[in-house]
Design a protein around this ligand. Structure first.
Ligand code: NAD
Length: 487
């Protein structure tokens, strides 16, 4: 197994990054490109031994990093951001080759945002404070203490973006990190390790281990030296991680799946509503926040569907490296299989595919819209994570809200309406971590981000991230008792 592979002209180290050193494993897993199923390389496949080594490195590096001043930590995070910005083109092409999402959005949106993740949390750290207050003359001082080694586990659909949403605040808080990227798209995490090392981050502060969750996961999440676990991924994996973390009561942040509604009221700007609906096919629908349940008010349902079909049929599906492409491939043959299984079972149960409903060549799935679906059916209740939307109609606000809230998820919701008061009424009744009114995917790192119900536990963003990654301490000082000489 070579230590380095070349992906689209970029050298990527295939080994783990532990304690400031590249570490090989006896075993490997094969990484494929979803674009054409070609083999990208053999990647070091960690297990309990590598997990132990990475946690030990993070534990050993913790005291010095926790004692590093806030200004110095912020400076290093900005240096990592500089490194990301210098390598945007390389990161973008490697990510696209590895996970199949559009090169144009990696270049212009995602990778600049990755750099911003580091800058934002560096700057927020320097402003992070809590005013002292008095209780009958006693002073209360609240401090944001670093918690310790953090295990960060991430999915394949937006690998570096989601990883750095966690890495940046965890490091800013003074913690050390073991990052485990998903096995279907592990490459940019390895590049991040290079960038952090070049920026001067001390050895052991950031560690990256690769491997299958089922092999390396437990050893990381049940480790007694781990002080925080932040996980983004699916609900079934979250349950396993929560069970494993229970042994040490390790605090968890869980960012999970969704089945978000997109509500279109008859008073909405229909062109805008159609644009918002078509946007849900972004990244071939492999987006946790995707509003995959279109709920349309009866009087406009026919017209909405007509315009939606026209617009969706014009989407260009193909190679994600091509600037003209709108929808790329699905990540893996297993994901393609899963998506098609959902669609075929829905059709067998009476759903009608207005568009799509089938695979295309390679790992591509045709953008699909299903109507005639029952509220309690699998296709309406479960996350597909592919380019598959359902359309149901409703009569009035009460029914819209009832349908919107009737799943086990609560990640996001989008509302298209021309009536401001309706927007306020409806959004107040929706169960969701984020509600977008006449817009989609606007995400500011100052805002809380996360899911309700089975879409997650906790919130990330701004101070909420530091709430999670810090041990908050209140120090109460009496007004008297000081030695006179030192008072
Ligand atoms: P997944 O749960 O299969 O895997 C996610 C990560 O968990 C991978 O790194 C995997 O190796 C690891 N893992 C698997 N088993 C493990 C175990 N026993 N212990 C520790 N780690 C383990 O999810 P996925 O298929 O990679 O990602 C898709 C899911 O992620 C979807 O449900 C999607 O909605 C969700 N997601 C949520 C958000 C959010 O912010 N809420 C963002 C993106 C994706």
């Amino acid at each position: 197994m070579p230590d380095t592979i070349t992906v689209a002209g970029v050298a990527v180290d295939t080994r783990h990054w532990i304690g400031g050193l590249r570490v090989a494993s006896a075993d490997a897993f094969t990484d494929h490109s979803p674009i054409d199923a070609s083999v990208l390389g053999e990647i070091a496949r960690g297990g309990p031994v590598e997990a132990e080594a990475a946690v030990a490195a993070a534990r050993d590096a913790f005291p010095a990093w926790a004692a590093t001043s806030r200004t110095e930590r912020a400076r290093l995070l900005h240096a990592i951001a500089d490194g990301v910005e210098k390598r945007i083109e390389e990161l973008a092409i490697v990510e696209t080759t590895d996970n199949g999402a559009l090169l144009r959005s990696h270049r212009r949106g995602v990778m600049p945002r990755v750099a911003h993740n580091f800058r934002f949390f560096a700057d927020w750290l320097l402003r992070l404070d809590h005013e002292d207050f008095e209780t009958r003359g006693y002073t209360n001082h609240v401090s944001w203490d670093p918690a310790g080694p953090c295990v960060l586990i991430t999915p394949w659909n937006a690998p570096l973006m989601l990883a750095t949403w966690k890495v940046a605040p965890a490091l800013a808080a003074g913690n050390t990190v073991v990052l485990k990227p998903a096995e279907w798209s592990p490459l940019t995490a390895s590049l991040l390790a290079d960038i952090a090392a070049e920026a001067g981050l001390p050895a052991g502060v950031l560690n990256v281990v690769q491997g299958y969750g089922s092999e390396i996961g437990d050893a990381l999440t049940s480790h007694p030296d781990v002080r925080r676990i932040s996980f983004t991924g699916s609900v079934p994996t979250a349950r396993r991680i929560a069970a494993s973390a229970a042994a040490n009561l390790t605090p968890l942040s869980l960012e999970l799946g969704g089945k978000s509604p997109l509500l279109v009221f008859a008073d909405a700007d229909l062109d805008l509503a159609v644009d918002l609906a078509v946007e849900q096919y972004d990244n071939a629908g492999q987006v946790c926040l995707a509003g995959t349940r279109l709920l349309v008010e009866e009087p406009v349902a026919e017209e909405f569907t007509r315009r939606f079909v026209e617009k969706a049929s014009a989407l260009a599906q193909g190679d994600p490296r091509d600037e003209a492409t709108d929808i790329g491939p699905t990540i893996h043959p297993r994901q393609l299989e899963k998506i098609d299984g959902f669609v075929q079972r829905a059709v067998a149960a009476g759903a009608r595919a207005v568009i799509g409903g089938h695979r295309k060549d390679g790992q591509y799935y045709a953008p699909t819209l299903l109507t005639d679906v029952a509220q309690d059916s699998e296709i309406v209740q479960e996350e597909v994570f592919g380019p598959v939307l359902t359309l149901q109609t409703f009569a009035g606000e009460d029914e819209a809200v009832r349908l919107a809230n009737d799943t086990c998820f609560g990640l996001a919701a989008t509302v298209a309406t021309g009536d401001r008061e309706r927007a306020e009424r409806v959004s107040a009744r929706l169960v969701a971590g984020t509600v977008w009114i006449n817009c989609f995917f606007v995400r500011d790192l100052q805002a809380p981000f996360g899911g309700s119900r089975q879409s997650g536990v906790g919130r990330e963003g701004g101070t909420w991230s530091f709430d999670f990654y810090c041990d908050l301490k209140n120090t109460v000082t009496a007004p008297k008792g000081w030695n006179q000489d030192h008072g």
